[in-house]
Write a protein that binds this ligand. Structure first.
Ligand SMILES: [Zn+2]
Ligand SMILES: [Zn+2]
Length: 331
């Protein structure tokens, strides 16, 4: 029993990212909080505590609904068991494999950070774009899009194999294009904090655009658009902090405040079912492959975008969005 409580305590310290913070506190050398390690120890717990703050606020306002958090928390438990370990392994493997092919290696400097971030966003764009455009990868990514409300817990809604797949692409791109491992870890840290922050719910920041910043960086408003299933918003805003590649590849979309965002995926889901959010897309893909005539069609279902059909009655995001835009134009 005692072991159980120690286990719970350690999990909580891990969840809130308090390990380094507590270690520094016990040394009583508070000057260390001004070092890099100290700063990360202070920033790390921000998102988990914001999430706690969000839940407490909702409880106070009696708006807290457990179902809004269910898919995310079940995913969190499963991921913290397996996903994290595989993902860290994947980063080390990619660095080991590709570092020798890098034409140069930029360390942590101001220009290195800018260059590295642009490269990182490129890797992120590739991983994220493929996650929406290749049906098999959508099976991995759709768990993150399944929640039908937006709040910080959505950060935890991920299929456990998604992080290793994302890191395989992002790490390889960065290392091959000359980002040093130290610089890469710095960028991963910034990206992790910002990538979590953009999931804040409307109860913390109603507008989510942060004024003029909305023109320069990717804000919670942009990411809400990304999580929306409204036709105008489908498959837009794939970036994380700098929306450069969304501008380059024409997937940038600002929020239209006259349209009410509908969060979630277009497939009819079993209401708030964790199992459906986690495995549902695999099940429907398997059904489509099984029912498709001929080997070629079976294969195409796996690699074509979600919504592709062998009958040519495609319902892909591209089709739905352009039909919507056409209707808007002729209206
Ligand atoms: Zn996505
Ligand atoms: Zn997201």
């Amino acid at each position: 029993m005692e072991n159980f409580f120690i286990g719970v305590k350690e999990w909580l310290i891990g969840f809130f990212g308090l390990g380094d913070f507590l270690k520094l506190m016990t040394t009583h050398d508070y000057g260390q909080f001004l070092t890099w390690k100290g700063i990360t120890a202070l920033i790390g717990p921000i998102i988990p505590f914001l999430l706690l703050f969000e839940i407490i606020r909702m409880l106070l306002y009696r708006r807290f609904k457990l179902v809004d958090y269910r898919i995310s928390f079940f995913s969190l438990v499963l991921n913290s068991l397996v996903g994290r370990v595989i993902s860290i392994g994947m980063v080390s493997i990619c660095i080991g494999l590709f570092a020798k092919f890098a034409p140069f290696s930029l360390e942590i400097t101001w220009y290195g950070l800018i260059y590295g971030y642009v490269v990182w966003e490129f890797g992120h764009f590739i991983y994220h774009y493929l996650g929406h455009k290749i049906r098999l990868f959508w099976c991995l990514h759709s768990t993150h899009h399944a929640p039908e409300t937006m709040n910080l817990s959505v950060n935890f809604a991920h299929f456990f194999l998604e992080a290793p797949y994302a890191d395989l692409i992002r790490t390889s791109v960065c290392i091959l294009l000359g980002v040093s491992p130290a610089l890469l870890f710095l960028i991963m840290f910034i990206d992790g904090v910002w990538g979590s922050f953009i999931h804040i719910g409307e109860n913390i920041s109603k507008d989510g655009r942060f004024g003029f910043l909305n023109k320069i960086i990717l804000t919670p408003s942009h990411h809400r658009v990304h999580h929306a299933k409204n036709p105008l918003y489908m498959d837009t805003n794939f970036c994380n902090l700098l929306p450069i590649w969304d501008h380059v590849f024409k997937t940038y979309q600002e929020e239209d405040k006259s349209i009410k965002i509908e969060y979630g995926i277009t497939r009819v889901m079993k209401k708030n079912s964790f199992l459906d959010a986690y495995f549902g897309e695999f099940v429907v893909l398997a059904q489509d492959v099984w029912n498709a005539p001929g080997l070629k069609n079976k294969f195409l279902y796996i690699v074509m975008p979600p919504g592709w059909s062998h009958t040519k009655a495609h319902k892909t995001a591209k089709v739905v969005r352009s039909e919507y835009l056409q209707a808007q134009q002729s209206a």
